[in-house]
Each structure stands twice: as structure tokens, then as C-alpha cells.
Ligand binder design. Structure first.
Ligand code: NAI
Ligand code: SOE
Length: 394
């Protein structure tokens, strides 16, 4: 069986998730398309890199990503660092002929995302952006219902991503609140997951009308490179600095196929933890998904008898997309890790079989174009189109 050597850049939250996926993928998907070997992990200093190698099962470690990108034995460069580093690492990796998976959002800006897309396309390497929520089996099942026409013509998409880890003003000013590092706030961090689901399930977004707010304009300065996601609070007389990104986004959407919709994203919604939801209405039925109940898809069809009308719950299991590879009984419970395992499987399959994988850097780039339009609309108060910038080649 073929082995593909992984060089992973970054050893934080996503470093853990992607390492778990590489270790677990062949256990679920057997025979595996190829076995990912955790070759080298990189972090910003020797101490963090050594610890990441020991913890996540890598053969070696380094504190300079350039050495790993240039290492001829590396097949895959996996970018799990904060957003400001994605473009430089990905472009160097593409020039070195490596296949690349990058965490989302693809970059900080549309311009960076476009350069990443161009570099990967020119190099002819496989490229993927890690919007893993679309790989939740219940989301794949929603896609199947839509493709089979079970809910008819799609009229409306309502998407939310609500969290509360930064609702406390004493949650520190980590890299996620700094435009220079993150690019944008709730929009790029979590709104992009909803945009990915909307494009995947409904189609291209052509026009937006947004509102952006920054409710907490300053926060205590953060210590250390790793974002503790609000778990470490400051109190008393601490130094604060300005938040220069959005805290909350609300936007209306128009789709290429005539559907309309809305998106809400905030990390300040007390009581909401990972409330990533969509409700899709078609002229023959509706679908509802809530990631906090990720084994379930709620469905309702127009030809249900009048006295039985209402949402019913399908629990995903072996009969559903990727389900046979996971657990043998529906509703045993899949987790975040499994979505990353499916993602790793699909990326590695594309490398081995030389096929396209989605979402890729083109999708990541398009999502940046849509984010720009939302922020432009929030500042102008006008609808903004997103289609002029479509490149000729996808
Ligand atoms: P984190 O703050 O937990 O970890 C980032 C790690 O990268 C830290 O260990 C840091 O020291 C290291 N790092 C920073 N600069 C580096 C450099 N130049 N070279 C090597 N290492 C470097 O961040 P987290 O949460 O893992 O986020 C990383 C990326 O993953 C971000 O783009 C984020 O948006 C994305 N993400 C995606 C998720 C998803 O559901 N798909 C979930 C969480 C994050
Ligand atoms: C924080 O909002 C965060 O870790 C995001 O960065 C991820 O993309 C999301 O999946 C979970 O929450």
C-alpha cells in the first residue's frame, strides 16, 4: 500500500484534529487509498514543535516551515496555522510540487487567496481547503436529497453559525480578533463555514446585503501564540487593545439559481456553542440540520399525508454517505474527528486517483470574494454583486 508523507505546519487545535484524521483514516477507510505517514510537524519554536511531534505521533519536528516544504521526502503540506501564514506557506509548497491542504479561511484576503489558487493550479498539485462540516454525513445526506429532487426547487436557505466563546469582554484578544492575522472576524472564522455549506447545497451566491457589528471594541491583550478560545479570562487592571474585525455578521443572500437566503455569524451569542445550522425550503419539502445534533437530519415533504405533516428525524448510519466506513449502527454518534477523517480520506483519494477534490482553493477564493462583498455592503448599505470577479478557469 502506498504511503504519503505529511509535513504539518502548526501544532494547535487543528494540528490535533488533522493528526487524529491521519492516524484514524486507514482504520475507518480500509483498504485506505494510501496511508498518510506523520513525518514532520512544525511550530514556531523548538519547544512547541518537539511537544507537537511527541503528542501527535510525528517522526520528526522542525521550527522553520521552509525546511519541511523543501524536503523532497514530503508529499503533502498541511497548513494548520493562523490565517496570515496560509498564503506564503501554500505558495512555497506549490512551487515545491507538494499537494496542499489548508485550513479555512483560505487566506486573509481575496488577493492572497487568488495567488494561492494560481500557484496551486500552475503547479498542477492537488489543493483542498478544509471546510470539513460539509463532510458530516447528515450534510451529505441533505445534498443527496437535494440532488434527487426530493425537496424540489430550492426557494430559501437560512444559515447560522452562533458560538459564545468570545461573548465575555474579558476573553483575550487572540489572533482571531486581529485583522493583520485573521483577515476578518466572525465572518472569516465561522461565517465562511456557512457560505461553504450554502454554495455546496444550493449553488453560487451572486449578491449580498450585509450588516457588520463589533460589539466588544477592545479586549485584554493575549499571551502566547495559541488561541485558547475564551477559556482563559483576564480580570482586574490588564492592558487592553482594540479589536479591528467584525464580531457579528448578518446578511441576505441571492443565489445564481434564483433562491434567496440569509446568514448570521457571531461568537458572542450566550448559550450557543457550535450552533451551525441550515434550514432549506424547497417547493416540495424542507430540510433542517443543526451541528449540535450532528447525527440527525430533519426532513419534511409536501406529499406527506396532511395529518402527519411536520419534520421527522433521520439518524445517519451505515446506509448514509460515508456511513459504512464509520460505525455499524445509526446514532452511535459521530464527532468532529470523523468529519476530519472523511476530509483526509477524500483528499488522499484525490491525490492517488488524480481526481479533483472539493472544496478546493477555487472554492476558498470564491468564499473570500463573497466575504468582501458582505463587508462592502455593510459599509455602503447597498446590495453588492459577487459575480464580476469569477475567473475564467475554475
Ligand atoms: P491555534 O492557535 O490553536 O494553533 C495555531 C498553531 O500554529 C500554534 O501552535 C502556533 O504556535 C502555530 N504557528 C503559528 N505561526 C506559525 C508558523 N509560522 N509556523 C509554524 N507554526 C506556527 O489555531 P487553530 O485553532 O489550530 O487554527 C489554525 C487554522 O485552522 C486557522 O486558519 C483557523 O481558522 C482554522 N481552524 C479551522 C477549524 C475548522 O473547523 N475547520 C477549527 C479551528 C481552526
Ligand atoms: C472558533 O470560532 C472556531 O474554532 C473556528 O475557528 C472553527 O472554524 C470552527 O469550526 C470552530 O470554532
Amino acid at each position: 500500500m502506498r504511503t504519503l508523507n505529511v509535513g504539518m505546519i502548526g501544532g494547535g487545535f487543528m494540528g490535533k484534529a488533522h493528526s487524529l484524521a491521519y492516524a484514524g483514516m486507514p482504520m475507518f477507510f480500509w483498504p485506505a487509498p494510501a496511508v498518510p505517514f506523520r513525518k514532520t510537524v512544525v511550530d514556531i519554536n523548538d519547544e512547541l514543535a518537539r511537544e507537537a511531534a511527541a503528542r501527535y505521533g510525528f517522526e520528526s519536528w522542525a521550527s522553520d516551515w521552509r525546511k519541511v516544504v523543501e524536503d523532497p521526502s514530503i508529499d503533502i503540506v498541511d497548513i494548520v496555522t493562523p490565517n496570515h501564514t496560509h498564503a506564503e506557506i501554500a505558495i512555497a509548497a506549490a512551487k515545491a510540487g507538494k499537494h496542499i491542504i489548508s485550513e479555512k479561511p483560505l487566506a486573509r484576503t481575496t488577493e492572497e487567496a487568488k495567488r494561492m489558487l494560481d500557484a496551486a493550479s500552475e503547479a498542477g498539485v492537488k489543493h483542498m481547503v478544509a471546510f470539513n462540516y460539509r463532510r458530516t454525513p447528515a450534510v451529505s445526506l441533505a445534498k443527496k436529497y437535494i440532488e434527487e429532487g426530493a425537496i424540489g426547487r430550492i426557494l430559501n436557505f437560512r444559515g447560522t453559525y452562533l458560538q459564545d466563546w468570545s461573548a465575555d469582554p474579558n476573553a483575550p484578544l487572540s489572533w482571531r480578533f486581529r485583522r493583520e492575522v485573521a483577515g476578518s472576524g466572525a465572518l472569516g472564522d465561522i461565517g465562511t463555514h456557512v457560505i461553504d455549506l450554502a454554495r455546496y447545497l444550493v449553488g453560487e451566491i451572486t449578491e449580498v446585503m450585509g450588516i457588520a457589528n463589533t460589539w466588544i471594541p477592545e479586549r485584554p491583550v493575549s499571551s502566547g501564540p495559541v488561541d485558547k478560545l475564551g477559556t482563559v479570562k483576564s480580570s482586574g487592571d490588564v492592558k487592553k487593545a482594540a479589536v479591528d474585525v467584525d464580531d457579528e455578521i448578518n446578511t441576505l443572500l441571492r443565489f445564481e439559481n434564483g433562491a434567496v437566503g440569509s446568514l448570521e455569524a457571531t461568537r458572542n451569542a450566550w448559550g450557543r456553542n457550535n450552533f451551525l445550522t441550515f434550514e432549506i425550503h424547497g417547493d416540495k419539502g424542507s430540510l433542517y440540520f443543526n451541528y449540535e445534533r450532528r447525527d440527525e437530519l430533519q426532513v419534511c415533504f409536501s406529499d406527506d399525508p396532511d395529518d402527519r405533516r411536520g419534520f421527522r428525524t433521520i439518524y445517519t448510519g451505515p446506509a448514509h454517505p460515508n456511513g459504512a466506513a464509520l460505525w455499524p449502527i445509526p446514532a452511535l454518534g459521530i464527532g468532529y474527528g470523523e468529519t476530519k477523517i472523511i476530509e483526509a480520506h477524500d483528499f488522499i483519494s484525490a491525490i492517488v486517483q488524480d481526481t479533483e477534490v472539493s472544496p478546493n482553493f477555487y472554492d476558498g477564493y470564491r468564499i473570500h470574494v463573497i466575504c468582501d462583498a458582505i463587508l462592502e455592503s455593510a459599509s455602503s448599505g447597498q446590495w453588492v454583486k459577487t459575480v464580476e470577479q469569477l475567473p475564467a478557469a475554475r
